[in-house]
Ligand binder design. Structure first.
Ligand SMILES: C=CC1=C(C)c2cc3[nH]c(cc4nc(cc5[nH]c(cc1n2)c(C)c5CCC(=O)O)C(CCC(=O)O)=C4C)c(C)c3C=C
Ligand SMILES: [Fe+2]
Length: 431
């Protein structure tokens, strides 16, 4: 490995050994004849942790990599990227060993692609007569802060009373079947799943490449049940950054759990010892909801009605009773049915969830209306004490319900992180 590639391959935190095993996607472009002067860059190796491979030493850039290895999975408290590809899978075999083999292969592939490297033997492969290990569309692209987060659905443990993989005794009590909430119009084809992968990246092609390659590796073991593309993150886990806006034009993510707030994460997000299901310690429960917005109706609502819906102003995002976005809200100054008044921790005994959703637009619906909305993703320590009571209340009282409908729903147990090379996704559950 030459100096440039070694520098690009240097991990931001961990995973160094694994990195040496794969080819940097950018290096391969060079070797394939794109004219990259191998070995030309000779900047210090320390800089590699904090500067992108496009740096010429002048302007520091954020690292294009988010470490794959750690106590908790990345993609939960780590900074939110711009794009999402989320996939739910059905396991189509009853062979536990085949499922475990696939999870081990997925883990290796995930460690490679989150590090900006190709899957397995790469996109041009070793044997010309065989399909390449990597589908190739991410060649030349940086890691783009890709994170891959896995979750296990209730049906993996118990499907219609059948314990397909000997896991029933390990079903966490918190992994409940979500109740039917008032107003739910859930579609089976957009709901449920035995497994999920949340792929987030700053480049949609990198996120799509990740899901596509995991689905390819899983052929014969899993089928994609449904998937969702997302853009324009609607929440921020980094409170210093500018709050993004959702498709209703409002800042979304202002009051969220910050990825740097270890106390709040421990209290509200990470499963702790003694919470039940020991294998989930360090993990988190994920609720995914596809929420359609009736955009055309919203666009005809007055500004006052729109602001009353949230209890915040549209331009600044200030709570009623305050001037600036981050001013403390005066809940009593908000309409009783406003979204923020109903959802705020002070109205719910301190309850908090970590929101990490994305906007979606899947074209129009055949009636000329935009098929668009929020793909809501929320992480929590115990769904029974967080999403379920909160959504029960919102579904019954929220003024926002005039403009939204929940059409997809899923619930997953996301295990703790893969701590080092050699460990694998689901080891604490299957091992
Ligand atoms: C069950 C939980 C929630 C669902 C479902 C939900 C849907 C949803 N939210 C918005 C837009 C906004 N939400 C905002 C705040 C907010 N929302 C929830 C929970 C759910 N939202 C919480 C816990 C909070 C924080 C409340 C607080 O502590 O103040 C905001 C305000 C800005 C912010 O703080 O993020 C907006 C805007 C939409 C459009 C939507 C469904 C389509
Ligand atoms: Fe909300």
């Amino acid at each position: 490995m030459d100096a440039e590639n070694e520098q690009q391959a240097a991990p931001a935190e961990s995973g160094g050994r694994e990195r040496q095993a794969g080819l940097s996607r950018r290096a391969v472009i060079g070797w394939a004849g794109a004219g990259v002067a191998l070995g030309a860059a000779a900047v210090g190796t320390v800089a590699a942790a904090t500067m992108s491979s496009e740096d010429d030493g002048a302007a520091p850039q954020p690292s294009p990599e988010i470490p794959f290895y750690g106590e908790n999975q990345s993609g939960i408290s780590t900074p939110v990227q711009d794009r999402l590809h989320f996939a739910a899978f059905d396991v189509i075999t009853d062979d536990r060993d085949a499922l475990v083999r696939m999870l081990k292969e997925w883990t290796k592939a995930a460690a490679s692609i989150t590090g900006g490297r190709e899957v397995g033997g790469g996109a041009v492969g070793v044997v010309p007569e065989s399909p390449p290990d990597d589908t190739g569309e991410a060649l030349g692209l940086p890691a783009s802060r890709l994170t891959l987060t896995i979750g296990f659905g209730r049906t993996l443990f118990d499907k219609d009373g059948v314990d397909r993989f000997g896991l029933k005794a390990k079903l966490p009590e918190a992994l409940v079947d979500l109740p039917k909430f008032k107003g739910d119009r859930l579609e089976a084809g957009r709901s449920g799943g035995d497994l999920c992968i949340q792929a987030c990246a700053d480049d949609p092609q990198v996120a799509v490449h990740a899901i596509r390659n995991l689905a390819r590796i899983g052929m014969g073991v899993v089928n994609v049940r449904w998937s969702q593309l997302g853009f324009g993150k609607t929440s921020s886990t980094t409170p210093d950054s500018q709050t993004p806006r959702n498709l209703m034009g409002f800042k979304d993510g202002t009051h969220n759990i910050a990825g740097t707030d270890a106390d709040a994460l421990a209290k509200h997000v990470w499963v702790a010892p003694g919470d039940g299901a020991d294998w989930m310690t360090g993990g988190s429960y994920l609720v995914a909801r596809r929420i359609r917005m009736t955009i055309e109706t919203w666009d005809r609502a007055s500004l006052k009605d729109q602001e009353d819906t949230f209890g915040r102003t549209k331009i600044e995002g200030a709570p009623y009773g305050g001037q600036k976005e981050r001013d403390a809200p005066d809940l009593a100054a908000m309409p009783a049915d406003s979204h923020v008044r109903l959802a705020h921790p002070d109205s719910n005994g301190g309850l908090m969830i970590l929101r990490r959703g994305y906007s979606f637009t899947d074209g129009s619906d055949g009636l000329g209306r935009l098929d668009a909305g929020l793909f809501f993703l929320a992480y929590q320590r115990d769904t029974r004490k967080a999403f379920v009571p909160l959504q029960t209340k919102l579904a019954a009282n929220d003024k926002l319900n005039e403009y939204i409908t929940h059409v997809g729903s899923a619930h997953f147990a996301c295990p703790p992180g893969v701590r080092k090379p050699g460990e694998w996704w689901g080891q604490s559950l299957f091992g």
